[in-house]
Design a protein around this ligand. Structure first.
Ligand SMILES: Nc1ncnc2c1ncn2[C@@H]1O[C@H](COP(=O)(O)OP(=O)(O)OP(=O)(O)O)[C@@H](O)[C@H]1O
Ligand SMILES: [Mg+2]
Length: 457
């Protein structure tokens, strides 16, 4: 301020001096007035430029996403006005930077909420939607843009949810059926309201279909295991009671003990199969480095089949083994063996007298390998096919149980197949036999050179 006063005085003094030199006292007066006027207009000019710059700034301010880079430079100039412009410029740059950073943070936060597998809906104090992510929109059939400011209870028309909102007790979630839920493909959603801020609420939605299914499966599984164990146990305890209370001739005792042994074998098989399944679920994926020869697997299947045929009274069956191309499979030998033997034993068990079972291995053109078991048995009706690999699923419960089946065989096969990246195909038609095949991916099939045929059993 002092400098500005001094420079103005010097300016006037120079004007007065020049005027005095040119025309004595009157000249000095004219010089001072002239210089004062010049100084005034120069100042006014600078103020006008400053005003123009401020108008430009305020027009930018109104645009939402002003960038620091597009801020106009302040009008050049020293002195008080120059310094003022400079300070305003710096303040504005700082504010724009801070604004940009907070906008970016907000965008990142919304992007993170968008990426959430859970649905998020922000509600105002009146229960109107302020914002929702795509997951919530998908879960509840909302339109993230169109439904803003709509009352949530008008959009989620589910009596359970409406009662939940009306009761205003949000201590626990509520579960409703999803918009796309059908009896064959149920979709279950868990919704919970969390109050926050000043009356606002956060509504979270979560797809709990798989959790509910797993829970139902667990319940079914326990019920099935108990049921499967109860039958042989009832038989066993009946025989024990008979043996304890009655004086029986030795041949009857032997017969009863034989029947008891069958039942305990059945329980043992069930427990072993359950343990196999849980081992398969818990163990790491089979490596690509351990290999087993397909001929070894087929030879063991042949031994197993040879033992099963007389046991099942199927001596009139013809079981053929054909290996079209020698190869090795990468995977866990015991698991592969159990899967292949399971298919062979099913074919033998469920094919009545004088059946033909063909077991074969061949390489497919894309380098994958197919193991197949074909029989000319009774076949399976189409409605059973999708459920065959479920635990304890049997087409004909009594027939399967008579043959000692627990209904876990194909569940084990499916697990082994999945763990080895293979695919299980089941083709069957009532009266025309069945064909079960496992196609192993090329990455697990190693071709060996000379072809060889295994003998027919
Ligand atoms: N080759 C087949 N021909 C006809 N039905 C079959 C054949 N293979 C399987 N099934 C049917 O599929 C059902 C399920 O087979 P799975 O091998 O899982 O169980 P299981 O043979 O009953 O018992 P487990 O194999 O555990 O001893 C069988 O009960 C049977 O009804
Ligand atoms: Mg079986």
């Amino acid at each position: 301020m002092l400098a500005r006063g001094l420079s103005f005085s010097v300016f006037l003094a120079v004007g007065g001096l020049i005027g005095a030199v040119v025309a004595a006292w009157p000249g000095a007066l004219v010089g001072v007035v002239l210089m004062a006027l010049i100084a005034f207009y120069l100042d006014a000019l600078r103020l006008l430029r400053l005003r123009g710059w401020l108008i430009k700034l305020s027009s930018l301010e109104r645009a939402d996403d002003t960038q620091v880079e597009v801020l106009p430079e302040p009008p050049a100039g020293a002195g008080l006005l120059g310094e003022m412009a400079d300070r305003v410029h710096r303040l504005l740059r700082w504010r724009l930077r801070a604004q940009r950073e907070s906008r970016l943070r907000l965008q990142e936060m919304f992007a993170a909420i968008q990426a959430s597998p859970n649905g998020v809906i922000l509600l105002d104090a009146q229960g109107r939607i302020e914002w929702c992510n795509q997951t919530a929109a998908g879960h509840l059939g909302l339109d993230a843009a169109r439904d803003v400011r709509q009352h949530v209870a008008h959009l989620i028309r589910d009596p359970v949810f409406n009662a939940y909102v009306a009761a205003a007790d949000f201590s626990a979630p509520v579960t409703i059926s999803g918009r796309e839920s059908t009896p064959s493909r149920p979709v279950r959603l868990s919704l919970q309201v969390h109050p926050y801020g000043q009356g606002q609420r956060l509504l979270l939605s979560r797809d709990v279909t798989l959790i509910e299914q797993a829970e139902a499966m667990r319940r079914d599984f326990v019920a099935n295991v108990s049921h499967e164990l109860r039958t042989p146990l009832t038989v066993l305890s009946g025989f024990v009671e008979t043996l304890q209370t009655l004086e029986l001739p030795p041949q009857d005792v032997r017969r009863y003990l034989g029947l008891m042994a069958t039942q305990s074998d059945r329980m043992q098989t069930l427990v072993n199969d359950l343990l196999t399944l849980s081992r398969l679920e818990g163990s790491p994926l089979p490596s690509l480095d351990d290999r087993v020869g397909v001929d070894t697997l087929l030879a063991q299947c042949e031994i197993d089949a040879g033992a099963l045929l007389p046991n099942m009274g199927r001596m009139d069956h013809v079981v053929e083994f054909v290996q079209e191309a020698p190869a090795q499979l990468a995977g866990v030998a015991t698991e592969l063996q159990s899967a292949l033997s399971n298919l062979v034993s099913n074919a033998i068990r469920y094919t009545p007298a004088e059946g033909r079972v063909a077991v074969s291995w061949k390489l497919l053109p894309d380098g994958s390998g197919e193991f197949s078991v074909q029989d000319n048995g009774p076949g399976i009706a189409a409605e059973h096919l999708p459920r065959l690999t479920e635990r304890f699923y049997r087409v004909d419960r009594s027939r399967s149980r008579d043959s000692g089946g627990t209904g876990l065989g194909l569940a084990i096969v499916k697990h082994v197949v999945q763990r080895h990246g293979a695919v299980l195909h089941i083709e069957s038609e009532p009266g025309r036999g069945s064909r079960f095949s496992i196609v192993f991916p090329a990455s697990r099939v190693h071709r060996l050179d000379a072809p060889q045929d295994l003998k027919a059993a």
